[in-house]
Design a protein around this ligand. Sequence first.
Ligand SMILES: Cc1ncc(COP(=O)(O)O)c(C=O)c1O
Length: 443
Amino acid sequence: MTEKRTEELVKMDADHVIHPMAAVGDEPDEVMVEGHGIYLKDSDGNEFIDGASQLTCVNLGYSQQEIVDAAAEQMGKLAYCNTFFGTCNPPNIECSAKLAELTPGDLNRFFYTCGGSESIDSAVRIARTYWRNKGAHSRYKIISLYNAYHGVNMGAVGTTTLKQGVFSSYVHPLPAGYMHLPSYYCYRCALNKTYPDCGIECANLLKYTIQAEGPDNIAAFLAEPVHGTAGVIIPPPEYWPAVKKICDEYGVLLIADEVMTGFGRTGKMFGTDNWDVVPDMSTLAKGLTGAYLPFGAVAVGDKVYEGLKGASVFGFTYSGHPVSSAAAIKAMEIYVRDKIVENSAAMGKYAMDRLNTELADAPCVGEIAGLGLMIGIEMVADKASKAPNFMAAMKVGKEIKAKGLRARAGGRIAFTPPLTITKQEMDKALDILIPAIAAVKPK
Ligand SMILES: Cc1ncc(COP(=O)(O)O)c(C=O)c1O
């Protein structure tokens, strides 16, 4: 591609590109041209620590040459191969066997997609197909949580409850059969309870809802192990074991959305590993290739696999793409060989220790939550009122960007750097982030 000046690129973009999540017609304000390690560079030569791993997907940082080489080699050998009916390809077979070594329990079979939303859509389809194949035609309802982000295609958007005005109001009517429950957001408990005296009432509500709706009408319960897009909200340790028990009691399928939490993000290989829970299915994407290529999967346990036998499932042109599979094989090799998950746990703990100590007296910090390298800091007007302070979070976001650190800054500031980050790099990032947060004054 020819090198073009920033203004020229911005104009071409404005003339031709419709940006996801932006108001249509808004002009772009940055052009990213390079990445190296944990750093991103824009077309004006500014370099940033990518404290968000962009969309919490560049788990292995940029310029991992081994992934580049693996994908290029496969592209030269067999650039595309469908996996419809009985056709398969070696990288996809090897990718599946490798995945099975990493995924918890009996999650040993994989249906492939091109990303997170497609994985959710596919998991919903698989859950409904499972029940229909068993003759349980009324079991189609899918329960998910408020504060959840599971993607935006029409199969996923009914499960996404975060910012419904943005993600779903423009595209009504949504498909039928989706229900929602209050989430495990203890800092702002929808049930007005306080942990641990609450007795995990939010999990008990799942039981109540299944009973009230009739278990024969519920296909699956779907949740993120940790809410990611909502700004990193972590459930109490009892939550996942409790919902697993309830789902098992009523035969409801448990689906863990590991699109963001998967592949080391929470300091364990998968989010549910934190609580030793094995779901019936989990959805994967982002970290599967470290975001080097679009790829996703639904991991399926024995019970669901057996129940699906004989049913004909759907598929996508790019399901099991050989080049994405080759990239995923190499990414998985790096996660294990370079102890990336262990680094996520260690660097996450180090960051949390510094944040908790150095922000202990910060007047506008409501909550600091962290699991591995998924860290969320909720900005409030003041600690007593807990009133949300979106403006402060956005101001912090702008200030740190001016100093060379990018993080997602909505109501909560989400700090989710690449899992390859070193202690020195972490200190550099925190030396920018902590003073910016500490400086926010109560209104
Ligand atoms: C937990 C979770 N599920 C699903 C998705 C949707 O993934 P995609 O944007 O690849 O469709 C996301 C994206 O952020 C996510 O965080």
